[in-house]
Ligand binder design. Structure first.
Ligand SMILES: [Zn+2]
Length: 180
């Protein structure tokens, strides 16, 4: 799911996952990922990605131009949600998340689906980090790769954009819940 700031809790509720604890990451544009067994106090300091195999827990990542990336087992048994902007993509947070997810969940790359959400893209931004994320996913062995192809800066009526609004903007919340 992909939600707008003032409405996080109402929208989570309307989506049927409002009763599950929401765990978020501090997001420091790094490549550290936390593996969650259960709900814990958040935002979790120093991390930009979250992995879980626990059902009934909602992972949340906030974004304004950086990409939210969902990496999920197609059988719904495990998933990762990652914040990958220009810097995080350069640091390889997505390949890192894929490696950790495969290890934690004992899966093969062919078990995974990867989805890139709305983020800033050329020509609105000089770096095509979404393309780099697709390449990283492919090089990690994933073939089930979906890119929303949506540019946040091109759709002011629908998305916040840090760059377009020169920093004075809200944040969208990307979420991932493994349903019980
Ligand atoms: Zn654009």
């Amino acid at each position: 799911m992909f939600l707008l700031a003032p409405d996080y809790h109402r929208l989570l509720k309307e989506s049927g996952v409002g009763d599950y604890p929401l765990v978020t990451a501090e997001q420091v544009h790094g490549r550290v990922i936390a593996v969650l067994i259960e709900a814990m106090a958040s935002p979790i300091p120093g991390v930009d990605g979250l992995i879980t195999r626990t059902r009934g827990l909602t992972l949340g990542i906030t974004v304004a131009d950086c990409a939210p990336v969902w990496i999920v087992a197609r059988d719904g048994s495990a998933g990762a949600l990652v914040h990958s902007g220009k810097k995080g993509t350069e640091l390889g947070i997505v390949p890192q998340a894929i490696r950790q997810l495969l290890e934690v969940a004992n899966l093969a790359p062919s078990d995974l689906r990867l989805v890139i959400g709305p983020c800033i893209r050329p020509p609105c931004y000089e770096v095509d980090f979404a393309a780099r994320i697709r390449k990283q996913a492919y090089e990690s062995g994933i073939r089930d790769i979906h890119d929303s192809q949506i540019c946040t800066a091109c759709h002011p009526e629908r998305y916040y954009s840090y760059r377009r609004e020169q920093g004075l903007t809200g944040r969208m919340l990307a979420t991932l819940t493994l349903l019980p």
